[in-house]
Design a binder for this molecule. Structure first.
Ligand SMILES: [Zn+2]
Length: 260
């Protein structure tokens, strides 16, 4: 790898103070994937990095690649978009934090995926322009799972191949976290609800969202209560896959008043 300065576009996922004057910034770039860089003097800099390294900022950076597993060295950062409204609106902020945490947890370092970058960029831009936070993050979460190889298989019941519709009167389905497949309530013999239960209505929205591209997403009018149910199941599925908690989730629940 060359140790000359390189340039890339990226989004700030995380920003932590390091020592007296430095910061360690975790970024996601379409060219590099997730990576961490040290911004020397960033806590004191009045010019070079001021107000540029905040979470969710879209940057064009110049950096020196890491030597021997150390951190990349951030030389310069040009702020392309700050998405300022995400910092002044609590629900937008918590939603963007959840999306950032999902990218942090689901991706590996130096494993770039342009689709993940585009999804995150789309989410930040949509929230900034006033899109409804819960449906936006449902779409993001669903497509992030897909990009990371964990696409839930929502087409039909994995046992009886029953296609979810209104005709047979089945009203709920369970997502099996171990393999991402769906089981209808008749096959599971379980009429009670669990963390993985989806109503027919929520399932239909998820199926539609799964078949849509980012550009088509504005057509999906997902009611808040449906978005909340979908997100709750996606959260439980992700928690199972990651085998760890997703901290931003509890903040989002608190501010949307859905904490049980
Ligand atoms: Zn079935």
């Amino acid at each position: 790898m060359s140790y000359q300065n390189c340039r890339t576009g990226c989004i700030v996922l995380k920003n932590v103070d390091f020592g007296e004057s430095d910061k360690i910034i975790t970024l996601y770039s379409p060219d590099i994937g997730r990576f961490a860089a040290i911004a020397k003097g960033a806590k004191r800099s009045k010019k070079r990095f001021v107000n540029k390294l905040e979470e969710f900022s879209l940057l064009d950076i110049s950096y020196r690649p890491a030597r021997h597993d150390r951190l990349h060295f951030l030389s310069e950062a040009e702020l392309k978009e700050a998405f300022l409204s995400l910092r002044t609106n609590c629900q937008r902020y918590c939603t963007a934090m959840l999306a950032s945490e999902l990218v942090l947890r689901f991706t590996r370092e130096h494993d770039p995926d342009r689709r993940i970058f585009s999804l995150l960029h789309w989410l930040l831009e949509s929230l900034h322009h006033g899109a409804s936070p819960l449906p936006t993050v449902v779409f993001f979460h669903l497509h992030l799972l897909d990009a990371c190889g964990y696409r839930p298989k929502l087409e039909h019941c994995a046992i009886c191949s029953y296609l979810p519709d209104n005709k047979r009167g089945l009203s709920s389905f369970t997502l099996q976290p171990s393999n991402g497949t769906l089981i209808c309530s008749r096959c599971s013999g379980n009429t009670g609800r669990s963390r993985f239960t989806l109503s027919l209505q929520s399932l239909k929205f998820l199926q539609t969202a799964q078949g849509m591209t980012i550009k088509q997403m504005h057509r999906l009018q997902m009611p808040e209560n449906i978005a909340s149910e979908c997100l709750s199941v996606l959260y439980s599925y992700s928690k199972y896959l990651l085998q760890c908690d997703i901290h931003s989730w509890s903040f989002l629940l608190k501010i949307t008043g859905k904490q049980k």
